[in-house]
Design a protein around this ligand. Sequence first.
Ligand code: MSP
Length: 648
Amino acid sequence: MNAEQQSPADARRERGTYYATTPIFYVNAAPHIGHAYTTILVDVVTRFHRLKGDDTFFLTGTDEHVEKVAKAAARAGVTPQTYTDQVAAQFRSTWDAMGIAYDEFIRTTEGRHQQVVREVLQKVYDNGDIFYGEYSGLYCVGAERFVTEKELVDGTCPDSDEPPEYRTEANYFFRMEKYRPWLREHIERNPDFIRPERYRNEVLAMLREPIGDLSISRPRARVPWGIPLPWDEEHVTYVWFDALINYWSALLSRDLEQRYWPAVNHFIAKDIVKPHGVFWPTMLKAAGIPVYKHLNVHGYWLQDERKMSKSLGNVVGPLELQAKYGRDAFRYFLLRDMSFGLDAGFNEPAIAERINADLANALGNLLNRTLGMLGKYRDGVVPAFGPLEHADLALKDAFMALPDALTDHVDQLRFERAVEDVMTAVRAANKYIAEQQPWTLAKDPTQATRLDTVLRTCLEALRCASVLLEPVMPEKCRALRVQLGLPDAAASLGDARRWDAIPVGTQASAGEPLFPRIDLAALHEELAAGDASAAPLEHKDEVEYDAFAALELRVALVTHAEPHPKADKLLVLTVQLGPESRTIVAGIRAHYAPDELINKRVVIVANLKPARLRGVTSQGMLLAAEDADGHLALVSVEREMPAGSEVR
Ligand code: MSP
């Protein structure tokens, strides 16, 4: 068949090549949920491509030549190599315990990687794109890069939240600025080079102004831990120049670059957009290596609205969660509850609620009811279809549309939609049972064929769902098919395009419940018990009622909000109190964006003596709750009350 005769669906079904990577993680901390998310995501995506029949390669690994490692190793009294061996092994064993099917695990301390780094450096040096010079600036050890004054947020690095230090060093520099026009044009011409669009725009904004040249070495005397430059052994390679090359060295060292490069999809979170969106493509260009295909950027998992990270100490162990909720159910939650590109909130009740709603109620119910009825009415033996009626065909059509829909969703990074589309079809199957009432059909012997058809329809629906969800829940989906009487084997996407794949006469039998419900009340109790260790409250002295009654508290409607021109912690609000309008200055800029406040009804102290705050007079004060970590939430009233209403 020539290309012109191919339908788009046929073209999609062609065997493609797919190479996907996670960041290689720093070895100064144990793997946490943030690392686990990207790794699970890439595992799901590569499993989906394998399901489709694509030639797939999945790379992960560890980034080991960081200054922090040298320091941590010194503190632990071991050599950096011993230290990183331990942490790298911990990453590897965590991924193994989580069933991550990576094809290669690369470590930047391996000889095969170091050799490629030196070759790439030499090539760029020989091309005249590396020079020796002096540089002074703000260096962030957390992010391992120089940051500009402009990038700082409240004096700290935007990537790591750590304050940078001032450094002057004689280093080698990569002529990155030279490649800026090329990169800008490349991104403009290839709208899906960096996805989603918000991150593409972020990088384009960086490229509108000079990006400068990139310092790519450190004096060996200061950082003995690193790859020496091939032409000057007194300097070691800068960590990003070393680390980014892993994506290439892992293939090259196995002679796989012809097969998988440049069909590469890098997956990262938004913390490392600049190195991947600016340093990496310009490095590739200078080294004469074709630039990667897609940079896919996801948001953060937040706990209590803050990025989960080791340094913030709010880390939940992925192995703990997997043990508690089950490996597949935990993966399902992560895929379903993050909208790619945006931040998502993380908490255990949300995991439990998602599992109960989608896995126990929707999918688990469909399985239990279908196998229960098949056992009761047909001794567990899979029947043939009778003539299909409208309702049967509607459900079949809904399932048959899924393989192409999911392929598009995965291509376009809409993972939560992919999962949700399958669940929508599963819910439709539950509704189909409720409407067809097999229990009524079972009472009427003339309806035997009709009952066969209804049962068979549900069985095929379950089988198709198990194929489509297999990348997300590999173990559960295979176990589900085993309960249907099918072999314990991996599926292919083609299996989900069939509606007649279970041989008539197959013996099915319900086994262990696959998707048990989580007892939410018990979970809440357990979590509350965990919080009980919190410090006791410190109360203020008691006051007479009059002291309280002297305060005039009122509901106020926010009509305008803007940053205070002279203070970066303050916002200037205009609020409406009945007919009266007032200006209030509030120290909530770190917690609320001005736009989010418009039309909020807040509670203010209306008879506080006016005060001038950095040149603006505040006619009252907002009330807000503050937790032990300093997070704020504005006080409002539970129902919509007219602005000006008194709060007593
Ligand atoms: N070593 C560099 C990457 C070099 S790649 C050539 C690095 N390592 S890291 O250990 O800090 O990992 C950062 C990555 O971990 C993020 O890009 C993301 O994949 C993952 N995450 C870390 N915390 C996260 C969240 N709170 N939420 C989502 N992903 C998170 O940077």
